[in-house]
Design a protein around this ligand. Sequence first.
Ligand code: HEC
Ligand code: HEC
Length: 297
Amino acid sequence: MKRLWLLLKAILSVTGAILVLAYAVVQHQSKAAVEQLVTEAEQWEGDATKGRYVAVMSGCIACHTDYEGSGLELAGGRAIHTPFGTVYSPNITRDSRTGIGQWTKTDFLIAVKIGMNPNGSHYSPAFPYSAYNRMSTGDLVDLWAWLSNVAPVENLVPDHEVPSVLMSDVSLSLWKSLYFNVTSNWQSESRGEYLVNAAGHCLECHAQRTVLGGIRNKSLDGNSRGPNGQTVPGITAINLAAWSHEDLTFFLEIGMTPDGDFTGGSMTDVVEHSTALLTAEDRASIADYLKSQRNTQ
Ligand code: HEC
Ligand code: HEC
């Protein structure tokens, strides 16, 4: 009995030490990343017109608008079902009580690129900041300029329905230490790769996840347990071998596959609120990347 107790105590102290360490490492890395971001942000003047386009290509509007509940654009409240419970997208209009009216540009950049709230706590990965971490600061400053011009909407969104222990800073730090590389200084090699891996966050749905909800191997080879339990097909160059470049650009514009079927589930939103609204050049860049050798792993 005593031995069992000692063993249990040892396991608990090791787990505790790992959590404390993960927390300390993530705090340290985040602080360094914040300092770098603040310096970088000073170089940019925001352009609101470009900013709206950035919001479209990043899917911010679709996720932060409750279309089913006839919610206003960006006023939040859309339910996102995850294996850990339901989260509700926040109101990101600049309403000072129920939205982000009190935020500065830096608060915004830190939230989107580092996944941290202005009070220093961490966001759940249901907010795809691991992809947005790779977005250019200039694009996000433009996005902020546009967001600052959107009329504020008063809309209080429901609280997340996820066990609070999973939303605690310690748990989210552990998650970040395993799956989020905040210090990455990512340079995209092409416009298409940027649109797919950074802004378009295609991996969030098209890659398999671990039991802890992390993206397993950064490959777009499909996900058997996608949003709302739906299977998400693979979209590597191998998966898409039978699709021509034109099939892909047509799909991204209209949502129709080469067989004549219309896409369903969460891809409907991606097409309707994002890829259909991009320029033809940007859709062609996405198709180029998806069909490229780079997208075969
Ligand atoms: C897949 C859905 C999804 C997408 C896409 C998304 N968000 Fe979010 N966002 C969320 C969720 C969920 C949260 C809340 C996370 C939490 O509370 O831990 C959030 C939180 C935020 C917050 C913090 C708000 C607050 O009150 O603390 C901001 C700002 C934000 N998102 C902006 C954006 C921007 C800008 C984009 C596009 C670049 C974007 N989001 C794309 C789901 C999304
Ligand atoms: C919110 C989740 C989600 C995101 C984000 C997402 N997809 Fe999808 N995608 C899906 C689902 C689900 C399907 C399958 C739809 C169906 O069964 O009709 C799909 C289907 C597709 C298909 C058709 C594949 C086939 O074999 O039929 C392509 C191509 C595609 N997505 C490309 C993309 C690209 C490019 C991005 C990033 C810009 C992206 N998707 C982002 C969920 C998503």
